[in-house]
Design a protein around this ligand. Structure first.
Ligand code: 5GP
Length: 202
């Protein structure tokens, strides 16, 4: 029996906030498992199926929706995205932490989830870029998307940022290192929560 239940660290924030980098680094340092999402969006250059995403056809995605395989799913920037239950539930039950990078709609669905395992595991964080100008600069500097896609992402980013107050925690992005230090500190602190220390009721 694990000494505590796992944490589900849910991270949202607009494209360009740096949230994916934070989540990936936590997983690379083996502090948490990264929940790889499914998407119908085409892979970008360099993205690997099964690592960055499970890239699915529309039919494949819809079949998983019908089978009840998703913990949450949503349409983001015109494509479908979803978190597989299998990427999250077994880890948490084993006392392992999971980090997930999902949008505000998906976050609302996970928050509304009645599964007691999820309710005790969930910690949600919104990562904000320091300013809208910095966000625009980060999105443009990425050079992986067309100007139309960047414009759509900037518009969506501003809408998404209106939801920051729905989260338990907010991280205002500064430098990569500072952001990561604070991000990891959050996970370390959450590991001390008494409610997750199962089997230790003195
Ligand atoms: P991108 O296409 O840039 O990788 O991701 C676009 C947006 O989709 C990001 O805000 C990201 O957090 C969100 N996203 C990625 N995976 C999921 C998921 O499984 N569910 C939901 N709801 N959003 C996701």
């Amino acid at each position: 029996m694990p000494s505590r239940t796992g944490i589900l660290l849910l991270v949202s924030g607009p494209s360009g906030s740096g949230k994916t980098t934070l989540c990936r680094r936590l997983a690379d340092e083996q502090e948490a498992f990264y929940s790889t999402s499914c998407t119908t969006r085409p892979a970008r250059a360099g993205e690997v199926h099964g690592h960055d995403y499970f890239f699915l056809t529309r039919d494949e995605f819809d079949a998983k929706v019908a089978a009840g395989d998703f913990l949450e799913h949503a349409t983001v920037h015109g494509n479908s995205y979803g978190t597989l239950k299998s990427e999250v539930l077994q880890h948490i039950a084993r006392g392992e932490d999971v980090v997930m990078d999902i949008d505000v709609q998906g976050a609302a669905q996970v928050r509304a989830c009645t599964d007691p395992q999820i309710r005790i595991a969930l910690v949600d964080l919104f990562v904000m870029p320091p300013t809208n100008e910095e966000l625009a600069a980060r999105l443009t500097g990425r050079k992986t998307d067309s100007p139309e896609v960047i414009a759509l992402r900037l518009k969506n980013a501003i809408e998404e940022m209106a939801h920051w107050h729905e989260y338990q925690y907010r991280l205002l992005s500064a430098t990569r290192e500072e952001d990561y230090t604070r991000f990891k500190a959050l996970l370390l602190a959450e590991r001390l929560r008494v409610a997750r220390l199962v089997g230790s009721n003195h």
